[in-house]
Design a protein around this ligand. Structure first.
Ligand SMILES: C[S@@+](CC[C@H](N)C(=O)[O-])C[C@H]1O[C@@H](n2cnc3c(N)ncnc32)[C@H](O)[C@@H]1O
Length: 216
């Protein structure tokens, strides 16, 4: 099935999950790829693009990052803000309803990260757009669904397919950035098993790309 991945799609998606726990839709704790790739960076300004219920934005804020967490879904942002309100974060997260295909930030960020965001534009175009918002010396982190051929045949706990239009290969994301302006630190295929509900394990196949924008 093809999806528009527009605001209406995502509002419906998040509204339908209203009764579910964050763990059931994958937003319980910060994505381990984010923790691994970002954990050693010195905190600065960060954009979480397509933050959903905010697990990664909250994780960053708890580590001293000044986080803008943007999502097209007002419903998701309400849930995220409610979750953050119960925590003693050193810095509040700025929750921003914005369509990343049209929005322009006022400045650049030390970190722009995105976790499985798929919008109503081609996936690589979205990542290129996000890359423009990284300050010199800053970091782009993309965690996305791995394009199907590389994952085909791999054992999974549940039948679980992501739309091809929302999936990428790490080398294609890295190539889109270009060698001159970026140093690619990570361009990996990774698999991890998650437990969405008791007894329902699922293996996720991810593309993980971390790159540093060259200075000057
Ligand atoms: C699969 S969810 C991932 C949410 C979260 N990052 C996570 O890993 O749990 C994709 C998110 O991207 C958001 N999104 C999709 N298109 C967007 C757009 N054009 N602008 C901003 N956010 C968008 C959706 O609302 C949704 O919250």
């Amino acid at each position: 099935m093809t999806h528009a991945f527009d605001e209406q799609y995502w509002e419906t998606h998040w509204t339908s999950l209203s009764g579910a726990s964050p763990a059931e839709h994958g937003g319980g704790t910060a994505n381990p790829h984010v923790v691994d790739e970002i954990g050693a960076l010195v905190p600065g300004t960060a954009l979480d693009a397509g933050c959903g219920h905010g697990a990664e934005a909250i994780w960053l804020a708890a580590r001293g990052w000044r986080v803008t967490a943007a999502d097209v879904s007002g419903h998701a942002l309400e849930q995220a803000a409610a979750r953050a309100a119960g925590l003693a974060l050193p810095r509040p997260v700025t929750w921003l309803q914005a369509d990343l295909t049209a929005w322009e930030p006022e400045g650049r960020f030390d970190l722009v990260m995105t976790n499985y965001a798929h919008a109503s534009m081609p996936q690589l175009d979205l990542y290129e757009q996000l890359s423009r918002w990284v300050a010199p010396g800053g970091t782009l982190l993309v965690v996305g669904h791995l394009e199907a051929p590389a994952a085909a045949g791999a054992p999974t706990g549940l039948p679980h397919a992501h739309p091809p239009a929302a999936s990428v290969r790490p080398e294609d994301v890295a190539a889109r950035l270009g060698r001159d302006g970026w140093r690619v630190e990570t361009a990996d295929r990774r698999a991890r098993t998650v437990m969405r509900r008791p007894g329902h394990a699922m293996t996720l196949h991810d593309a993980v790309i971390r790159a540093t924008r060259r200075e000057g």
